[in-house]
Design a protein around this ligand. Structure first.
Ligand code: CP
Ligand code: NVA
Length: 311
């Protein structure tokens, strides 16, 4: 599999085989790291880490993955550069592309990560935009595979803000990998119809189904219950509205029971607001797998950088 020179902006740009390759590579790198073996695949590379929004996992994952593989990471926070307001994204992209070998971008506009990729001439990796969070989904899929041994044919339910970056990306990932995906959300928080149709197209090819509903009972038969914050970064003024829209869509013990599956797991991309989208009780019951998921951000992000930039 040759992914050299490719950017990683959304999973839509990758074939099922390419996505599975990244997940398997991550599992391999994880196994090696547990044995104390890290590579030199990124030796001599300089990596820019642009963060317009805050981050714990994504920032730390990119930083540690770079250092494990011999690269130098450079953090560029929102007050460090003047991306899009004093200097155009295109010009910043051209400057960074002359100095860095790869660029991570976390920010607001998805358009900006596309512009960076178009104008920098180096691989650009999406560390979360308003619309997509693709590296998160690689970690989720690795975690699910670790738990169940397979991906195809499993039933995943995403419940909560069904039109946020994580919901959009999990729908793409499930469609590509043949995981049945149900988004449960009030209809004002459903994902865009065009994206749903695109994902249903992927799912049809992979032999799975994508469904959108406002009915909580649709959790029945779920192997994986996945949730995320009700108020994403940058939407803070919507907090009161979201709480009232989503109060019945909490992941709690009753909802987990409704899956009818004793072995169902709960996932959360984190950070979590316990008492909102997930109860402390369910969170703690599934804490091991949730923190595996967090750890897997590092192994999967490492896999993306190694595959697209490594020697
Ligand atoms: N899940 C995730 O992306 O976490 P951070 O916002 O801490 O990077
Ligand atoms: N939907 C959340 C994800 C955080 C990792 C946000 O954008 O804030």
């Amino acid at each position: 599999m040759n992914l050299k020179g490719r950017s990683f902006l959304t999973l839509k740009d990758f074939t099922p085989d390419e996505i599975l390759y990244l997940i398997d590579l991550a599992a391999d790198l994880k196994e090696k790291k547990k044995q104390g073996v890290t590579g030199k695949s990124l030796e001599g590379k300089n990596i820019a880490l642009i963060f317009e929004k805050p981050s714990t996992r994504t920032r730390c994952a990119f930083t540690v993955a770079c250092i494990d593989e011999g690269a130098h990471p450079e953090y560029l926070g929102k007050n460090d550069i003047q991306l899009g307001y004093k200097e155009s994204v295109e010009d910043t992209a051209r400057v960074l592309g002359r100095m860095f070998d790869g660029i991570e971008f976390r920010g607001f506009l998805h358009k900006n990560v596309e512009l960076l990729a178009k104008h920098s001439g180096v691989p650009v990796w999406n560390g979360l935009t308003d619309d997509y969070h693709p590296t998160q989904i690689l970690a989720d899929m690795l975690t699910i595979k670790e738990q169940f041994g397979v991906l195809k044919g499993l039933n995943l339910v995403f419940i909560g803000d069904g039109r946020n970056n994580v919901a959009n990306s999990i729908m793409v990932g499930c469609g590509k990998l043949g995981v049945n995906c149900t988004i449960i959300a009030p209809d004002s928080l459903w994902p865009e119809a065009e994206l749903v149709a695109t994902c249903q197209g992927y799912a049809k090819e992979a032999g799975s189904k994508i469904m959108i509903t406002d009915q909580i009972d649709a959790v029945e038969g779920a192997d994986v219950i996945y949730t995320d914050v009700w108020v994403s970064m940058g939407e803070e003024e919507k907090a009161a509205e979201r709480l009232s829209l989503l109060k019945d869509y909490q992941v709690n013990a009753v909802l987990m029971k409704k899956t009818g599956k004793e072995k169902a797991i709960a996932l959360h991309c984190l950070p979590a607001v316990k008492g909102n989208e997930i109860t402390e009780e369910v969170f703690e019951t599934h804490a091991n797998v949730i923190f595996d998921e967090a750890e897997n951000r590092m192994h999967t992000i490492k896999a993306v950088m190694v595959a697209t930039l490594g020697k």
